[in-house]
Design a protein around this ligand. Structure first.
Ligand code: GLP
Length: 254
């Protein structure tokens, strides 16, 4: 695991974008796993900037998002479909047929989850998966206690996740109670992982994930078992690390 300390959120976003850019330049048909939430917004802005400057071409890139709220249609402003569309997809030259998100309102959940896994496999597997981290250590929507080998599935959100994500809705009652998420098994199969964390409210989860025991109680701690993870943290998110972990200045990846 490579841990990179960024000066601040903007620096973190730039470092993340440069890692993604390098991966796309090395493999123009990169299969890129995408995350939502507040943390990767700066990364998406940087990628859009690089695309507009003519430094990045998404025409052959294939994307798979981690998760979607269960029950929300794609045009709901709270859905992750809408988030991706407004913050990233409509600003770059990704081809529509190359963009994938779990459906929020599938007729048959089990079949839709199996189809999502099959689509990832058909694309050749995820080359680079971008992740954020929840305050309780969740990745995607894999909450504490999630099965290690789970693939894409319907999950019940933890009460603390519902509360944390209420800031995106007008009230906590509006936050969906369930989501469809890639499982830990899906995430761990990605060839490379880029985890981003920013802010003091992530510091405990980051310390537990990077330096604590590997346990399903902190889903992100399972990343310690992955052979190629780069973690980019700003100072606040790194605030509770004990200092023993090696840190680097630049996000080289395996
Ligand atoms: C949600 C998403 C996660 C994300 C997490 C943290 O629960 N499902 O993928 O990492 O929130 O979000 P934020 O970056 O807004 O703190």
């Amino acid at each position: 695991m490579k841990i990179v300390l960024a000066r601040d959120y903007q620096h973190l976003s730039r470092l993340g974008a440069s890692l993604v850019t390098r991966a796309i330049k090395q493999k123009p048909n990169l299969v890129l796993g995408l995350a939502t939430g507040e943390t990767p917004l700066g990364l998406y802005q940087e990628l859009v900037k690089l695309y507009r400057q003519g430094n990045l071409d998404f025409s052959r890139v294939v994307t798979f998002n981690l998760d979607e709220y269960y029950g929300l249609p794609p045009d709901d402003p709270h859905s992750y479909h809408y988030y991706m569309e407004t913050n990233f997809f409509k600003h770059v030259n990704l081809r529509r047929e190359n963009v994938h998100l779990p459906p929020g309102r599938p007729e048959n959940v089990v079949a839709a989850c199996a189809a999502y896994e099959a689509a990832i496999a058909a694309a050749g597997g995820i080359d680079l998966q971008i992740l954020g981290i929840g305050q309780n250590g969740h990745i995607g929507f894999n909450e504490p206690g999630a099965a290690l080998n789970a693939t894409t599935h319907l999950v019940d959100l933890a009460p603390e996740t519902i509360l944390a994500n209420a800031r995106f809705f007008s009230c906590v009652e509006e936050v969906p109670r369930r989501a469809i998420s890639m499982g830990i098994g899906t995430i761990m199969k990605a060839r490379r992982i880029l985890l981003l964390a920013s802010g003091e409210d992530k510091a405990l989860a980051v310390a537990q994930a990077l330096e604590g025991p590997v346990t399903t109680r902190v889903p992100a701690s399972l990343l310690q078992l992955h052979p190629c993870v780069t973690v980019i943290l700003d100072r606040a998110a790194a605030g509770q690390l004990n200092g023993k972990t090696n840190r680097e200045e630049e996000p080289v990846c395996c």
